[in-house]
Design a protein. Structure first.
Length: 382
C-alpha cells in the first residue's frame, strides 16, 4: 500500500438556486474546477489517469455519465476516462475516497475525485419515478423522506428547537467571518455567468449567506416537515449549485511531476445506519475511521460535519463529546448551501485550507447520507 496525497482542491462558489448559475449548464459548471486544478498545478490533462465525479441527481442534463461529459467538455484528451458515482449526499467525498483508494492500491498514480450538483437546472428528486420497489417496501415499510428523518433524529437524541436555531445562527456568523477574512479564497475559482440583461459577469464568492440573520428571526420561522417539529428553512441546508475537484497523487508521481502535496489521506470509513432515522450514520463512520487510523477524537484538530440539518452536527457533537469550537469553524451547509454531490469534495478543500491557516495537523470530514449511511475521511496536513 502507498500513501495517497492531496495535491490541491478547488471549487466553484456556491450559487443560490435559480440565481447566477441558471445560465450555466451543469456539465460546463464541472469543467471550471477540472481545468483550474490542472492549470494551477501545471500538469497536462492527459496525465490524469481517471476522474471520479460525485453527482446525486443523475437525470436530465446531469445524466449519461456527467463525469465523462465534463472531461470531454473541458477540452481534455479523449484518452482521460471518467465515471460518475452516487452515494447520495456523500458522493463528492466518496469520489475523492475512491481516487485515494486507487492510488493506495497502486492502480492510479494521479487521479481526480470531485463532485457536481446543479440544483437549479436538475432539481432534487427529479431522478425518482416509477413504481416503488415492493421488496424495499417489504423490508423497510416505514421509510420517510429526509426532512421527517431529521425530525425523528431530533426526537431520538432530544435536540431542541432552540439548540437547532442557535447552531444555525452560529453557521451564518462563522461563514460571514470566514468570507470577510478571505478564508475560502485559496480554494475558490470564479465562474462566468450571464445576468438578466445577457451581460457576462463572474461569480467569485458564495452568495447564499444571510449575515443579517438573528436568533429571533430564526425562531419565528414555521416548521417545514412537522407542525410540532423543529426543522425550518433557517436551520436546514440551503439549496445551491456548485462543483469541486480534488487532485490526488502517489508519492512517486509527486516527485516525477514536481508537485507539492498539501495533505495526506490517513483513513476513511463508510457505514450503513438505520434507514428510517437515516441521519446518524456519521457517528459510526467517524468511529470506524478513527479505529482504522489508530487515533482518538483528541487527535483531530478540526471537524467538518456537513450541516444537512442542524440536528446532524449537534448529534455528532453530543454523542462523541466533541469540542464545538473545533467544529465547522467557517460555517457550513446552513449558511453556505449544500450542493449535494459536490459538498463532500468542497469540505475536503475547506478543511485543508483551514489546517494550513491555523497550522493544525489533522481534520476529519463527515457527512450523513440518505437511506441511512455515513462517511468519514481523516486527512493530515503535510
Amino acid at each position: 500500500m502507498t500513501d495517497a496525497y492531496i495535491i490541491d482542491a478547488v471549487r466553484t462558489p456556491r450559487a443560490k438556486r435559480k440565481g447566477k448559475f441558471t445560465t450555466v449548464h451543469p456539465v460546463d459548471l464541472a469543467t471550471y474546477p477540472l481545468n483550474a486544478i490542472v492549470q494551477r498545478n501545471k500538469i497536462e490533462p492527459g496525465q490524469i489517469e481517471d476522474v471520479i465525479l460525485g453527482c446525486v441527481t443523475q437525470a436530465g442534463e446531469q445524466g449519461w455519465c456527467v463525469g465523462r461529459a465534463a472531461v470531454l467538455a473541458s477540452g481534455w484528451p479523449h484518452t482521460v476516462p471518467a465515471t460518475t458515482v452516487n452515494r447520495l449526499c456523500g458522493s463528492g467525498q466518496q469520489a475523492a475516497n475512491f481516487a485515494a483508494m486507487g492510488i493506495a492500491s497502486g492502480n492510479y498514480d494521479l487521479a481526480i475525485g470531485g463532485g457536481l450538483e446543479h440544483m437549479t437546472r436538475v432539481p432534487m428528486f427529479s431522478d425518482i419515478g416509477g413504481e416503488e420497489s415492493p421488496l424495499l417496501k417489504k423490508h423497510h415499510p416505514d421509510l420517510v423522506q429526509q426532512g421527517l428523518a431529521a425530525e425523528l433524529l431530533s426526537e431520538k437524541y432530544k435536540i431542541t428547537r432552540k439548540e437547532a436555531d442557535e447552531f444555525a445562527l452560529r453557521s451564518q456568523k462563522n461563514a460571514k467571518r470566514a468570507q470577510d477574512e478571505s478564508r475560502f479564497a485559496k480554494s475558490l475559482i470564479g465562474v462566468p455567468y450571464k445576468d438578466d440583461s445577457g451581460a457576462e459577469k463572474v461569480l467569485e464568492a458564495d452568495d447564499n449567506l444571510r449575515p443579517e440573520t438573528t436568533f429571533e428571526g430564526l425562531n419565528g420561522l414555521k416548521t417545514v416537515f412537522k407542525p410540532d417539529g423543529i426543522i425550518t428553512a433557517g436551520n436546514a441546508s440551503a439549496i445551491v449549485d456548485g462543483a469541486a475537484a480534488v487532485l490526488l497523487a502517489s508519492e512517486k508521481r509527486t516527485k516525477e511531476l514536481n508537485l507539492t502535496p498539501r495533505a495526506r489521506m490517513v483513513a476513511m470509513g463508510s457505514v450503513g445506519s438505520d434507514p428510517r432515522i437515516m441521519l446518524d450514520g456519521p457517528v459510526a463512520a467517524i468511529e470506524l475511521a478513527l479505529r482504522r487510523a489508530k487515533l482518538s477524537k483528541d487527535d483531530i484538530d478540526l471537524w467538518e460535519i456537513n450541516e444537512a440539518f442542524a440536528p446532524v452536527p449537534l448529534v455528532v457533537i453530543k454523542q462523541l463529546g466533541l469540542d464545538i469550537e473545533k467544529v465547522n469553524v467557517n460555517g457550513g451547509g446552513i449558511a453556505l448551501g449544500h450542493p449535494l454531490g459536490a459538498t463532500g469534495a468542497m469540505l475536503l478543500g475547506t478543511a485543508i485550507d483551514e489546517l494550513e491557516r491555523t497550522k493544525g495537523r489533522r481534520a476529519l470530514i463527515t457527512m450523513c447520507i440518505g437511506l441511512g449511511m455515513g462517511i468519514a475521511t481523516i486527512i493530515e496536513r503535510v
